[in-house]
Every structure is written in C-alpha cells, then in structure tokens.
Design a protein around this ligand. Structure first.
Ligand code: NAP
Length: 353
C-alpha cells in the first residue's frame, strides 16, 4: 500500500518512446511534473511532441539526459521523485547482435535504474514496463499452462539469446527487477506486462516495432497472405491508463498483464479491410504453415523455422482479469485501436496507397 504524492515529480525513463508518449500525456493531464529521461536531449524532432503535450496541459516537463548503459545517469532525473516509471528498453527487430542491441540495454538498464532507486531516498514505487514476452516465449508454450491460458503466474522459460531474443531480454530484465526489489524495503515494485501495443501515438513517426508490424499489413508486403499467427493486442492509451493506475492506485501489487484482445494477423487485416475497403493491399488469406516454414526465413531473418514451428497454428489465450479488476481498466474495441493507428500512418505518409 504505497501512497504517491501528486506534488512530487514523476520520472519516466525512455520518455521519447511510443508507449511512454501516451503515459507522459496521461501524467501531464493530471497536472503533474514529469521528469523525462531521454537519451538525446537535443533531439528536437522527438522532443517536439512532448513539448506540445506540456504546452496544452497544466503539467510540466523537465528533461534529463540519461542512457541505460551509463551507470548513474538517472541520478539527477530521479532526485525528488516518489514514483519512477521505467519504460526505456529497445523494442526492434532491426538487430545485428542480440546481446548488444537488446539484452544488454534491457538488463543493464533495468539494473541501472533500480540500483539508482536504492540510492535515492525519495523513491517509494517503481513501475517497470515489462511485457507478455516475460510471461511466455512462443504460442506453443500454452501447452504447458493450465487450460492453455497465460496469467501473471507464468514466466517465459522458452526464449534465449538465439531464439526470441527480445522476449528473452524482457524476461531476464524483469527477473532482475524483482531480485533487486527484494534487496530493499523502501520502494515497491509493480510490473505492467503489455501484449503488442497498437493505437495512435503522440509521435506519428515512431520507431517502435509496433509501427513496423501494423505498417506491413497495409503496405503490400503481406498481400499474398499471412501465417496463421495468433497475437494479443492492447491500445497504447489503455496501456497508459494501466501505467497510471499501477503508479497511483495504492492497492496495485505484483505483475499486471495488460492486454485487450486475443487476435491474429489475419483478423487485424480483416478489421482494416472492413474500414478501408480495397484502398490498401491488406492480406486476405492464410498461408500454409509448410510454405511459411520454408520461405519465411528467407524473407525475414527473425522468422526462423523454430519460430514458425512454435507459433504458427498455435492458439494464444491471455487472461487480463487482474488488470480489469484491480486497476479498473476497460479495454477499448480492437477495431478502434487498429484503424486509428493505421490512419495515423496514412496521414504521416508512412503508408502510401
Ligand atoms: P520505443 O518507441 O522504441 O521506445 C523505446 C524507448 O527506449 C525510447 O525512448 C528509446 O530512446 C529508449 N532507449 C532505447 N535504448 C536506450 C538507451 N540505451 N538509453 C536510454 N534510452 C534508451 O518502443 P516502445 O514500444 O515504446 O517500448 C517501450 C517499452 O514498452 C519497452 O520496455 C518495451 O519492451 C515495452 N513493450 C512494448 C510493447 C509494444 O508492443 N510496443 C509491448 C510490450 C512491452 P530513443 O528515443 O532515444 O531511441
């Protein structure tokens, strides 16, 4: 039971990110002061979206230069904060070296931020943005959980640096967070574990992997079909609310799966087609698993044969009950999230007709 004062600043790491943007917006709407920790404090193209939010709200933003890989670089930003949101972590498929590009920033960054909190007397609560990737690695993992439904009880035990490296990075980063939190008793740790985040961001040119996945559904690259790959999704604004509640609701405790809908690549495309008709080349059929297994790795280095075998055709069910009951989250309809997201990409020129 941790009471967080609204008179104290709130730290958001990775404030330039897609997920963080809507969280900062939510905090500013409450009139809070946000300490925005960003990697490049001179990057006006990224900061302009945050500045606009601050101008239009009663809240205030103060920027701090911080890097996940530089120990001590969150000290100034954390000073005086009771609540810390740790969202910064790379989410991209454009990687050369899983260790350097994903695992080290995720794990060392989490340790850096949480160890800093041990040395910062004002901190009372840390909300870490983890992922459902720390709950399961592949859809086939449903076979090892009761009723085939993932809950907050489950941990990803199938990923490693050579298979689903992003999921592995999120798993060991969250495990490191729980370990560090147990070494002290001044602050409480809560994790938010979202599924794939979609919906319009504050920045239409986001670099999060969320953009690449939804963009591909409409830019023609998947026009011949998609694998039968089930995927769970959450709107970025619902996720911001979940972060807000995880921070300010004093009953929030433990891990929270934040996921609005169990869906699939084909269903996502169908919802877009219902709205846009034939204006874009949305996929409208399922590719046979054998073809995906054979050709997938040639087209996309992340789609390994092991990933195809363990995900395509396997059902995915995720239980969001804890977030609904304890954080009071009401998830918006999937069609609304996906259409607004795609529309934002159309308007920004990311997807052409
Ligand atoms: P994003 O837009 O790429 O944001 C990532 C943030 O991390 C950016 O602000 C980035 O800063 C920062 N960052 C990366 N490396 C850094 C470093 N070495 N030092 C300091 N900052 C660094 O991705 P996102 O989708 O918003 O992801 C945010 C969080 O949500 C991540 O923890 C991710 O794992 C989690 N998550 C995302 C999804 C999803 O579907 N999007 C789902 C589940 C969980 P720059 O702007 O300087 O690059």
């Amino acid at each position: 039971m941790t009471d967080i004062s609204r008179d104290k600043p709130v730290l958001v790491t990775g404030a330039t990110g897609y997920v963080a943007g809507r969280l900062v917006e939510r905090l500013l709407a409450e009139g809070l002061t946000v300490h925005a920790a960003v990697r490049n404090i001179s990057d006006e193209t990224k900061l302009k979206y945050l500045n606009k939010l601050a101008e239009e709200s009663d809240g205030e933003i103060k920027y701090f230069s911080s890097d996940l890989l530089i120990n001590g670089s969150y000290a100034e930003a954390m000073e005086g904060c009771e609540l810390v949101y740790h969202t910064a972590s790379p989410f991209t498929s454009k990687i050369n070296d899983p260790l350097k590009d994903l695992i080290e920033p995720a794990v060392l960054g989490t340790k850096n931020v949480l160890e800093q909190a041990k040395m910062t007397d004002s901190v009372k609560k840390i909300v870490v943005t983890s992922s459902v990737a720390a709950i399961y690695g592949d859809n086939a993992d449903t076979e090892r959980v009761p009723n085939g439904i993932f809950t907050e009880e489950h941990w990803n035990v199938s990923s490693n640096a050579g298979h689903q490296a992003y999921s592995y990075s999120k798993t060991i980063a969250e495990q490191a967070a729980w370990k560090i939190s147990k070494d002290q008793d001044r602050w409480e740790l809560v994790t938010v574990n979202p599924s794939l985040v979609i919906g319009s961001g504050i920045n239409p040119d986001g670099t999060s992997e969320s953009f690449s996945i939804v963009k591909k559904l409409g830019d023609g690259s998947l026009k011949s079909g998609v694998p039968h790959w089930e995927i769970s999704l959450v709107d970025v604004r619902d996720l911001a609310e979940a972060h807000f509640q995880a921070g300010f609701n004093k009953k929030a405790k433990g891990r929270y799966i934040v996921s609005g809908h169990d869906s699939s690549l084909l269903q996502m495309a169908q919802l877009l087609r219902e709205h846009y008709g034939k204006a874009y080349q949305f996929p409208n059929k399922i590719l046979p698993k054998s073809i995906v297994w054979l050709v997938g790795p040639l087209l996309d280095k992340n789609m390994t044969r092991k990933a195809v075998s363990r995900n395509v055709g396997h059902p995915l069910r995720i239980d969001n009950k804890k977030s609904r009951e304890e954080l009071g989250i009401t998830y918006r309809p999937l069609k609304e999230s996906i259409v607004y997201f795609f529309q934002q990409m159309v308007e920004s020129g990311l997807v052409g007709k």
